[in-house]
Design a protein around this ligand. Structure first.
Ligand code: TYM
Length: 344
């Protein structure tokens, strides 16, 4: 059977990009998985610490994210839902992997290069203000690899922004297998699963992805947004002044992003949707996108408001998830320790 693993950071309510790019695939996988497939979905609190977090806000986000996973249809009896920080194995394996990770590979990570560029001195490009960068931002992909390898996962459903991190994960699995060789390789080389590769772009700047960290709240739709908020945000989405509607991501990123969202909401092919709007205007398209998003999220939104109040149930789900996560990952770690000469 397959072992499917994925994670999401608890940095506020998930947005449409998280949902269409990742979370909705988790639910689909749960529905289509074979009985012998195992599914692990983790809320990665340790990854969130790479940026400054207010402790009370983090505590709330962490619990709310679990409520969201349940609200969108993940079933804790079928899928193992757990907090990364409830299982120490992740940090133990991350340390071990960091000792076989070439620094050069980490330097090539796009996410790191973006952080580095953001902290360059405005007057002197060659000078980086290192006081703004913590070591966790740099080693973040190693922890991500540990998350995946601790479960000897075979498949990882993530959006395309995570492709490079997954390549590093495979590299590290391979380095480990070769360095600490035995009759059988310990780690699988996990493959990326994107049922439909959808990159959802910012509504305000369609050259960048929709993200939790953008300061402009109009740039993203949250899974908790009301119908009125959705309408306002879609109506003010940046498009272009070309008449008519066509799907052309290179020259019409804003318009194409709206088509991508609509096609994803109604589970259609984006070209089919584009053809339907050929002779129509942006106003028409926007009204339909807002309505489709509302229809898609209204049930999970109501479920979220209900489940988030059930604190005892949420704790129970987290606890049993952690126990099951520890079970499989401990088995991995016993073999890892054995191969390293760290037998307990
Ligand atoms: P995170 O929390 O940033 O995002 C969670 C998932 O949402 C996808 N995503 C998007 N997809 C399409 N369009 C967008 N605009 C968009 N924004 C986000 C991401 O691809 C991701 O699948 N490093 C990971 C979390 C992580 C992880 C792991 C994932 C930690 N350990 C192990 C898989 C396996 C991250 O920051 O995701």
């Amino acid at each position: 059977g397959r072992v499917i693993f994925s994670g999401i950071q608890p940095t506020g309510v998930p947005h449409l990009g998280n949902y269409l790019g990742a979370l909705s695939n988790w639910v689909k996988l749960q529905k289509t998985a074979a009985p012998e497939d195992q599914l692990y979905f983790s809320i990665v609190g340790w990854h969130a610490l790479t940026l400054p977090q207010d402790p009370d806000t983090l505590a709330t986000s962490r619990r709310d994210l679990l409520a969201t996973l349940l609200a969108i249809g993940l079933d804790p009896k079928r899928s193992i839902l757990f907090h990364q920080d409830h299982n120490q194995v992740h940090t133990e394996l991350a340390w071990i992997l960091s000792c076989i990770t070439p620094i050069g590979k980490l330097r090539r990570m796009t996410t790191w290069k973006t952080r580095l560029a953001a902290s360059r001195n405005a007057n002197d490009e060659s000078e980086v203000d290192e006081s703004l960068l913590n070591a966790g931002l740099f080693t973040y992909p190693v922890l991500q690899a540990a998350d995946i390898l601790a479960y000897r996962a075979t498949h990882v459903p993530v959006g395309e922004d995570q492709t490079q991190h997954l390549e590093l994960c495979r590299d590290l699995a391979d380095i480990f297998n070769r360095t600490f060789a035995s009759s059988t390789p310990l780690f699988n080389l996990p493959s990326q699963l994107n049922t439909t590769s959808r990159r959802i772009l910012s509504l305000r700047d369609p050259t960048s992805k929709m993200s939790k960290s953008s300061p402009d709240v109009q740039s993203r739709i949250l899974l908790t947004d009301t119908a009125a908020q959705i309408k306002t945000k879609i109506r003010s989405a940046v498009t272009d002044s070309i008449p008519g509607i066509t799907y052309d991501p290179a020259t019409r990123p804003g318009t194409s992003n709206l088509l991508t969202i609509l096609a994803a909401c109604t589970d259609e092919d984006v070209q089919d949707v584009a053809r339907r709007y050929e002779g129509k205007g942006h106003g028409h398209l926007k009204a339909d996108v807002a309505e489709a998003v509302e229809q898609m999220i209204k049930y999970p939104r109501a479920e979220f408001e209900r489940i988030r109040l059930e604190t005892a149930f949420l704790e129970e789900v987290a606890q049993s998830g952690a126990e099951r996560a520890k079970e499989r990952s401990e088995t991995t770690m016993q073999q890892v320790r054995e191969r390293l000469g760290l037998r307990r």
